[in-house]
Design a protein. Structure first.
Ligand code: APR
Ligand code: PHB
Length: 392
């Protein structure tokens, strides 16, 4: 099979890239290891920043997110038993966020892909990339039991942190930057009406907690836990009791309980590879960088990458102009490092570190008091949380 762009991975990055290229008339094939159900049901984060919403709208896949997503104009930081609101919209010139699960974005993109009629090869095994440092790269896989070769002009590595694309780059051609945190998040989905309209990020002496939601009937909650936490040790009762303790406030606010329908542990890591390209292989999304979820940036960065990559490929095919492709990594890394700093900073400000000292605890408290009382401090949170405008 022959195509212009072969895309490895059908997460938000790969699917959106495929769709943007399709709309520009650029032929592409998406190869995915798992089946459609896995892609559509895997529960991930759920905050879409303004630029992500704009990009999905421009791509014609924003209809359901506006209908079913929950627009939020603020978030709250909870510490010392008080909630402090950060007015995202007022502090960022009217930009805001929408809470809409990543798997819902994936469903919308898969539906658009199927409607386009372009190939999306689910359940492909033994996926490998070849000759990426030549002008005739290819992707091979086994699909429907048949060995398949996809000859192409370019390969987009959208196969997540554990994918094969970044691993195919020779040692020494990319540099990686890494930070692993000494904690993880235990996340649950509960069939309970959210007890507040906005997200609540809590710093508590027993550890971080986050109150979020997916719909008017589903609450999403997280607790800081050990990186190797054993889920079996967490009965539903223990989870609720810990959530109530960490999210307790003097005004009597409390989370609503309901049947827990999903539980999982999310590791926390910061990671960047530079450059995000090797030969004709371009990395996008989690294959190139990871942020801890505290800043709600993971999917948004993936969208920003493929927005830049689609524009670069469109310029290449429409007018034989390689300038944007040559600048792809540099363009993305500027935004990536901003999000890396922000996510690391929010994580540091809100979590309990096992090696913390009474001095560090006081410093953390002081920082929280400052960012919630000073307009300048709150603006730093707001501007980054809603996402900076694209640099195009
Ligand atoms: N061959 C084909 N597909 C693969 C391979 C492989 N060898 N390895 C991984 N994949 C697929 C995965 O099954 C997954 O569907 O690549 C896809 C990668 O999707 P994501 O992990 O969702 O990554 P990305 O599209 O970059 O989206 C980033 O995901 O982890 C969250 O917080 C992150 O929200 C962010 C988003
Ligand atoms: C979520 O709703 O899953 C969520 C929200 C905000 C975050 C991380 C996750 O920072």
């Amino acid at each position: 099979m022959r195509t212009q762009v072969a895309i490895v991975g059908a997460g938000p990055a790969g699917l959106l890239l495929g769709h943007l290229l399709h709309r520009a008339g650029i032929d592409n094939v998406v190869v995915e290891r798992h089946d459609r159900r896995y892609a559509e049901e895997r529960i991930r984060a759920g905050v879409l920043e303004q630029g992500t919403i704009d990009t999905l709208d421009e791509a014609g896949v924003g209809e359901r997110l506006h209908r079913e997503g929950l627009p939020h104009a603020g978030i709250e930081l909870l510490f010392d038993r008080h909630r402090h609101r950060i007015d995202l919209a007022a502090l960022s010139g009217g930009r805001a966020i929408v809470v809409y699960g990543q798997h819902e974005v994936v469903k919308d993109l898969i539906a658009a892909r199927v409607a386009s009629g372009r190939p999306l090869l689910f359940e492909s095994s033994d996926v490998a990339v070849h000759d990426v440092d030549t002008d005739h790269p290819s992707v091979t896989c086994v699909h429907d039991g048949e060995p398949t070769t996809i000859d192409c002009d370019y390969i987009a590595g959208c196969d997540g942190f554990h994918g094969i694309c970044r691993a195919a780059v020779p040692d020494g051609a990319i540099r990686t930057f890494d930070r692993v945190y000494p904690f993880a998040w235990l996340g649950i989905l509960a069939e309970a009406a959210p007890s507040a309209h906005e997200l609540v990020y809590a710093n508590h002496e027993r550890g971080f907690a986050l109150f979020s939601m997916r719909s008017e009937k589903i609450t999403r909650l997280y607790l800081q836990c050990a990186p190797d936490e054993d889920l079996a040790a967490w009965s539903d009762d223990r989870i609720w009791s810990e959530l109530h303790r960490r999210l307790e406030t003097d005004d009597g606010w409390t989370v609503n309980e309901g049947p827990i329908v999903q539980k999982g542990v999310t590791p926390m890591r910061s990671f960047v590879c530079e450059p995000m390209q090797y030969g004709r292989l371009y990395l996008a999304g989690d294959s190139a960088h990871i942020v801890p979820p505290t800043g709600a940036k993971g999917m948004n960065l993936a969208v920003a990458d493929v927005r830049a990559l689609s524009k670069a490929l469109i310029a290449r095919y429409a007018s034989n102009d390689d300038t944007r492709l040559a600048a792809y990594s540099q363009t993305c890394l500027k935004r990536v490092w901003r999000a890396e700093h922000y996510s690391w900073w929010m994580t540091s400000m809100l979590h309990r570190f096992p090696d913390s000292t009474p001095f560090m605890d006081r410093v953390q408290r002081s920082e929280l008091a400052y960012v919630t009382s000073s307009e300048a401090g709150s603006r730093v949170i707001a501007e980054n949380y809603v996402g900076l405008p694209f640099d195009e």
